[in-house]
Design a protein around this ligand. Structure first.
Ligand code: DX5
Ligand code: ZN
Length: 220
């Protein structure tokens, strides 16, 4: 099933609560919350206290993308703040299996992300425990970057591996997803689509979400 997860990195931070409410009206399935620590990536965004406040503004699934060096340390905070899906990077310093277990033991969905330079095979040992894998289609850190089409073979290989092992996995893409790139990622096998600038920079976010969904749905 296609899920559209607007990245709030591109929203107006002075009225985040309203932006969250509006995304539900516009037909978003999830809300993608980018957490950056200025260490794992060269940018700083927000932390668990803000996520906790925003939880009051939306009942959509909170899809928290942790771009931080030591996710294991902060995961309990994000869980009590109301995160539903917690995604951390395989390149982080935390022990991967233990971190996945920590998320799952709290009844949340564990997801693992790979940067563009990381081989997709790095996530294969954990597929049985994961609800989702995020294949980055830009270098993490900033919104509005150009889509990296050369990541598609990673998505194709991952979808193939899941089929082979009969695993029903969400494959998420993040970075440069727009009306002109969405079909490429869906055709490769991605079904959870993060879009920041394409949605928040659009004149009509509702129409953009609907078009992203219909273009991607052709492949599922
Ligand atoms: C980048 C973030 C993305 C970002 C995507 O590191 O993980 O979620 O907001 O922005 P767009 O969709 O504008 O490329
Ligand atoms: Zn993200």
């Amino acid at each position: 099933m296609i899920k559209i997860s607007p990245s709030i990195l591109s929203c107006d931070y002075s009225k985040m609560g309203e932006e969250f409410e509006n995304m539900k009206r516009c037909g978003a399935d999830w809300l993608h919350i980018d957490v950056m620590d200025g260490h794992f990536v060269p940018n700083i965004t927000l932390g668990a206290p803000l996520v906790k406040c925003l939880r009051k503004c939306s009942d959509l699934t909170f899809d928290v993308h942790l771009m931080i060096s030591d996710p294991k340390k902060y995961i309990p905070d994000f869980i009590s703040a109301g995160a539903d899906v917690i995604c951390f990077h395989v390149e982080s310093d935390s022990p991967v299996e233990e971190t996945i277990d920590l998320i799952r033991d709290s009844g949340k969905i564990a997801a693992l992300a790979v940067k563009p330079g990381t081989a997709i095979e790095e996530v294969y040992p954990y597929l049985d425990k994961l609800g989702m894998v995020l294949v980055m289609t830009v270098e993490p850190g900033f919104g509005g970057q150009s889509f990296m089409g050369d990541m598609m073979p990673k998505i194709v290989a991952l979808r193939e591996e899941c089929k082979k092992r009969s695993i029903d996995l969400d494959i998420q893409v993040d970075g440069g997803i727009s009306l002109s790139t969405v079909e490429t990622v869906a055709e490769a096998g991605a079904n959870v689509l993060v879009a920041g600038s394409a949605i928040f920079g659009s004149e009509d976010p509702k129409e953009t979400i609907s078009l992203l969904r219909s273009k991607a749905s052709k492949y599922f």
